[in-house]
Design a protein around this ligand. Sequence first.
Ligand code: ZN
Ligand code: ZN
Length: 344
Amino acid sequence: MKKTLVTLMCTLLAFLLCSCSYIPLEVPTPDYNGELIVHFIDVGQGDSILLESQNEFMLIDAGEAEYGSTVCRYLENNDVKTLSYVVATHPHSDHCGGLTEVINSFECENFITVETDQQTKTWLNVLYAVKNNNVNYIDAKVGTTYTLGNSSFQIMGPHSNYYEDYNNYSVVIKATCGKNTFLFTGDAEILSENEMLDYTLDLSSDVLKVGHHGSSTSSSYKFLSAVSPQYAVISCAEHNDYGHPHNEVVSRLNNMGISTYRTDKHGTVVATSDGNNIEFYCDNSHIPPIDPKTLSYLGNKNSKKFHLSTCSGAMDINKYNLVRFSSREEALSKGYSPCKACNP
Ligand SMILES: [Zn+2]
Ligand SMILES: [Zn+2]
């Protein structure tokens, strides 16, 4: 009798543990050579991006310190044992905070950053972890190229030695896999964007990690035109204190016909490249990317309201209640009424 009770309790405990544990995002593993997988990990208001190519890994930022364990768990779930490169784009806590835990938990070969006079405890902890774990320290130099599996990445910025705002120190990286390219700009603002525009390096990329969480202090029209991405990814938290992403940037992306993924709406976003094509996967796969060309109106079967795809009301629609319309007329003819907030 006792034995049965113990078995029952064990089963119950196992069930509880299973149901609470993290379920990794199901991304098909390509078995051909030449692939690059880019994971935009959902770390709330912050950045954390994992790149993998032929079982070699690079991590760009790891969110706030409290997200360190989230990132570590994500790396474990993706079978990361060694990080060939760890990049701290700049010393703000929403980028570097979680790195201390990552560097103390995984074998890291190289640490790339730009030297600043930042003295916060969070940043000093990162530098201490780098030193303590004998990680090779690399001062980012524009133009330098590194390999990752059979992909490569190049340092595109920053160009100056001194900035007033730490955001502009952001290490900007362009990754290349065959014909596909990705640009990661950290929190680089318009000042640094302009410096990159003045330089001869080719900024054009298929995917842009939008600068500074979609803040209007980044992503000038000129910069977006030069990068001219097909896809954009914004990393930010829902209802964050800064109002990121700012409307100007969202509408700029929309007007340029760039499909946008957002970690606040789509959760962790994963892009895979086979060197020719890029495919996207995300946690909240029922929410389509914000694509100004194909996605204009979303209805809620429950409330019988319809919204613009960019409206926050549309993002909250449960996947079972979600219905798409190709035009305003179609939504109206099916008995849906327009949302008062977004006025579709
Ligand atoms: Zn910053
Ligand atoms: Zn930031």
